[in-house]
Design a protein around this ligand. Structure first.
Ligand code: HEC
Length: 120
């Protein structure tokens, strides 16, 4: 095989590997978001508004959009909070495993808005 062809193939292989990395990360994140949303609907929606522009069934519970748009909140700070059930208010009598925490946090931060204004 001519040398230049080998080189071209090697370059292509390296390029493809570099490209598929972020794609795979993005796919994994989208799967987390999807699972997180389903979980929020199933486990949190009895009290919290879990989507944008919705009112919480339990007025004591902040909507997830309000939580997502709190200053300084990131998926990392949210994960830290949700990982430890001792942080929870009394109404939240449950535990979440690490995967659930990761999925829920990935979903909740998708509710961040640059033009967010609190309802009051
Ligand atoms: C039985 C009702 C109920 C359910 C179900 C519930 N929550 Fe809550 N949650 C509350 C209440 C009430 C508060 C507010 C407590 C307060 O402000 O003192 C709250 C607050 C929160 C907060 C904000 C804490 C803070 O810093 O103010 C987060 C985050 C949260 N809930 C996440 C979740 C998630 C995720 C789920 C589902 C897995 C869930 N909650 C299910 C009642 C509930």
């Amino acid at each position: 095989m001519p040398r230049f062809l080998l080189l071209a193939m090697a370059t292509l292989a390296v390029g493809t590997a570099a490209l598929s990395q972020p794609v795979r990360v993005e796919e994994r994140r989208l799967a987390e978001v999807e699972r997180g949303r389903a979980l929020a609907e199933a486990r949190c929606a009895a009290c919290h508004a879990v989507t944008a522009n919705a009112a919480s069934p339990n007025p004591e519970s902040p909507g997830f959009e309000d939580i997502a748009n709190r200053k300084g909140l990131s998926s990392a700070t949210l994960r830290q909070y949700l990982r430890n059930a001792h942080n929870y208010p009394e109404a939240m009598q449950f535990k979440l495993d690490r995967g659930q925490v990761r999925d829920l946090s990935a979903y909740i931060v998708t509710l961040k808005r640059s033009d967010y204004k609190p309802a009051i």
